[in-house]
Design a binder for this molecule. Structure first.
Ligand SMILES: [Zn+2]
Ligand SMILES: [Zn+2]
Length: 148
């Protein structure tokens, strides 16, 4: 008898019965992913232009199919959802340039071009947006270190 429901489409880890998992808005039921990160990994591989992850709950092993709870369909990583609000900080530099330059110099003996601050600020926003969506999905009003 199988002890898991399906395997993750990216990392091949078990997705257990009754566990929250992610599906792809493009691939639908073809793959199940154990986390948004694993879903994220397959997007470039499958060459999706625009896709988002949808949260679902694996069926319970003990219930008959008729008694299964309806899947929770919550869009976790929709590009339109995260860009629905804009901030003046969307294009601002979020990095302390002098400290970063000092770090790169000390650690790697490299100088840092100004564009790096733009690129890093974009990365910080991207990671932060994702963490914020996680916090909101858990019903919190506070972004916490464990969201990252
Ligand atoms: Zn996985
Ligand atoms: Zn997909």
């Amino acid at each position: 008898m199988e002890t898991y429901w399906r395997k993750c489409g990216s990392c091949k880890k078990d997705i257990n019965f009754n566990q929250i998992y992610q599906t792809c808005s493009v691939c639908k039921g073809k793959f199940a992913f154990c986390s948004v990160d694993c879903w994220d990994e397959h997007v470039p591989i499958m060459n999706h232009q625009s896709a988002w992850a949808e949260e679902n709950r694996a069926p319970s092993k003990t219930l008959s199919p008729a008694d299964q709870p309806q899947p929770v369909r919550r869009i976790v990583n929709s590009p339109s959802a995260s860009s629905s609000k804009s901030s003046p900080m969307d294009t601002e530099i979020l990095i302390v340039a002098s400290k970063l330059k000092q770090y790169v110099k000390d650690k790697h003996d490299l100088s840092t071009s100004a564009n790096v601050m733009d690129a890093l600020s974009r990365e910080v926003r991207r990671i932060t947006d994702r963490a914020a969506e996680k916090a909101m999905a858990e019903g919190r009003k506070t972004l916490m270190d464990r969201d990252f």
